[in-house]
Ligand binder design. Structure first.
Ligand SMILES: Cc1cc2nc3c(=O)[nH]c(=O)nc-3n(C[C@H](O)[C@H](O)[C@H](O)COP(=O)(O)O)c2cc1C
Ligand SMILES: O=C(O)C(=O)c1ccccc1
Length: 380
């Protein structure tokens, strides 16, 4: 991404200057069932809310009078240089936000030079998503997998992802069953007519007809485990293997022991078990346990460039966002996702410059402090 694009207001609409504006404008365009499905967390909404608010306890410690005229926001993810340390997390059903769904997200990510993960429950095939992105620019894709009962289905998805040039697997490990989602029950949420799940192949139509909960339970295997699943994945593919949904030092060590390539510290955007910690609060213990032996990414509640900066200072190499892309799609399709990425890029770059960081390597623990009641800022 050249220069720092200042987000421009879209014609005929309110000014969209930050992710909160985008959330509001995008959400307004959605019917209740879709809006609640996208925006809600599970049970009491504690974790989803804390994912964002937990960032506020950290303060940035800026270094002044540093020449930041050539600050470089770029970094590497899955072996490719990206414009800044941000990717779009796997989220299913993007065509419910905008008819172009994952195709629009893919084009926007490629245009803005960031990576993307494809949900197993995408509404477009892997090939179409890859091609849409590659028609715009270079990009790396991760394919997200659940632990399906049907190993042949899992393998078919893996083979297709390989054939289309995906680089990594995100194995979603936080979902042996679905979280308790009152919104879906209250609204009797169903996949809208006309939307399919082509990556899921012959299961697509059955999924569409059932509730989210029923189809998830029918497909997913709650007996999955480290010992059986990771060696199996390793034996069938050369793609990188990342565990999505790690929140503890113990599981970080397990991922290292099993030879995984990385972990994505995630609580599924607060949609699985409510009451688990905010990801920014789980990240330090994972980073400490890893001690540089495994790569660490994070998602959940990231809503500003300064949030990305804080996550990196606390030990993440790369940061992912889920709902901000959905809100961009709902607001204005591909252009809405472009706008979301522009906002976060611009804020992140300015945060680096205003703290005296010239490269992402300069973003360290020393850049943050934490506010304690009635005390001075505490160093980390
Ligand atoms: C509507 C929606 C659908 C999602 N679908 C999936 C999915 O299919 N697979 C998965 O691993 N995570 C899924 N997630 C979780 C995201 O990958 C990601 O962890 C989460 O959205 C990050 O939090 P954020 O939305 O606050 O950025 C979904 C999240 C949302 C909001
Ligand atoms: O709702 C989710 O969080 C999720 O993971 C999902 C799974 C299947 C289809 C759509 C979303």
């Amino acid at each position: 991404m050249a220069g720092a694009p200042v987000p421009t207001p879209m014609p005929g609409d309110d000014k969209i200057l930050c992710i909160d504006d985008l959330r509001e404008a995008g959400s307004k365009k959605l019917p209740t069932g879709a809006r609640d499905f996208f925006n809600s967390g599970s049970t009491d909404q504690i974790t989803i809310n804390e994912n964002s608010t937990a960032y506020a306890k950290y303060r940035v410690r800026p270094r002044v009078l540093v020449d930041v005229s050539k600050a470089d926001t770029s970094t590497t993810c899955f072996g490719r240089r990206t414009s800044f340390p941000l990717g779009v997390s796997p989220a299913g059903l993007q065509a419910m936000a905008h008819p172009d769904g994952e195709l629009a997200t893919a084009r926007a990510c490629a245009r803005k030079g960031v990576n993307m993960a494809i949900s197993s429950f995408a509404n477009y095939p892997i090939k179409a998503i890859r091609n849409a992105a590659l028609s715009v620019g270079p990009i790396e894709h991760a394919i997200q997998l659940y632990t399906f009962k049907d190993r042949d289905l899992e393998l078919r998805i893996i083979r297709e992802a390989e054939a289309q040039g995906c680089t990594a697997i995100f194995l979603t490990a936080d979902s042996p069953v679905l979280g308790v989602r009152y919104n879906e029950w209250r609204n009797d949420f169903r996949t809208p007519d006309g939307l399919g799940f082509p990556i899921m192949g012959r299961d697509s139509e059955a999924i569409r007809k059932q509730t989210h909960d029923d189809s998830f339970m029918a497909l997913n295997d709650d007996a999955h485990n480290w010992i059986r699943d990771i060696p199996w994945l390793r034996s069938v593919t050369n793609m990188e293997i990342w565990i999505k949904g790690v929140l503890t030092a113990e599981d970080t060590l397990k991922a290292i022991e099993m030879g995984c390539d990385g972990i994505l510290v995630s609580n599924h955007g607060g949609r699985q078990l409510d009451g688990v910690p905010a990801t920014i609060d789980a990240l330090p213990e994972c980073a400490e346990a890893a001690n540089g032996r495994i790569r660490i990414h994070v998602d959940g509640g990231v809503r500003s460039g300064t949030d990305i900066f804080k996550a990196m200072a606390l030990g993440a190499e790369y940061v992912w966002v889920g709902r901000p892309a959905i809100w961009g799609l709902a607001y204005n399709g591909e252009e809405g996702v472009d706008l979301m990425l522009d906002i976060l890029y611009n804020e992140f770059k300015r945060c680096m410059q205003l703290t005296g960081c010239n490269s992402v390597k300069d973003i360290t623990k020393a850049c943050l402090g934490v506010v304690r009641p009635d005390g001075p800022l505490a160093r980390l």
